[in-house]
Design a binder for this molecule. Sequence first.
Ligand SMILES: [Fe+2]
Length: 177
Amino acid sequence: MANISPVHLLKWIEEHKTLFSGPVANKEVFPESEFIYQIVRGPNARNDFHIDPGDEIFYQLKGDITVRCIDADGTPRDITVREGEAMLCRAGTPHCPIRPADTWGLVIERKRRPDERDGLAWFCDACGAKLHETTFSVTNIEVELLDVIKKFNASPTLRACKQCGAVLPVPAGAASA
Ligand SMILES: [Fe+2]
């Protein structure tokens, strides 16, 4: 019979702390579930926006984070998710969570269907224009996502804004080629 013992999330974090490292630090609590139910630790070093084909729910267990979202009309919006708060990010909304050090959050996503691809986009810091957009498969997330990010960071051409000429810097501590 499957293990149906409840999990105390803060104790789970304490016991699994050493597993969180690198520029993208998340671990699933229930890998066997049809949901992706993952704990995410700050700090993170990303400036890419994720476009999930499904909804995502953010819940902050420890510390406050900012989730930068791009509205349907292209306007960026910084949303603070404080400790104890939950936020629903609707499917298809480009979002970039900015997680300070020693913050811990829960992110719930839907497992993707085999035919689904996730989007990744970057926007200009200076004028908000879209710099680059691509897709990746979550089935092969550890390899494909890192590849896509490394390729973008390694290319000054991709990082340069066609509209205003500003070049998006590579975040400190980010994955590079
Ligand atoms: Fe720009």
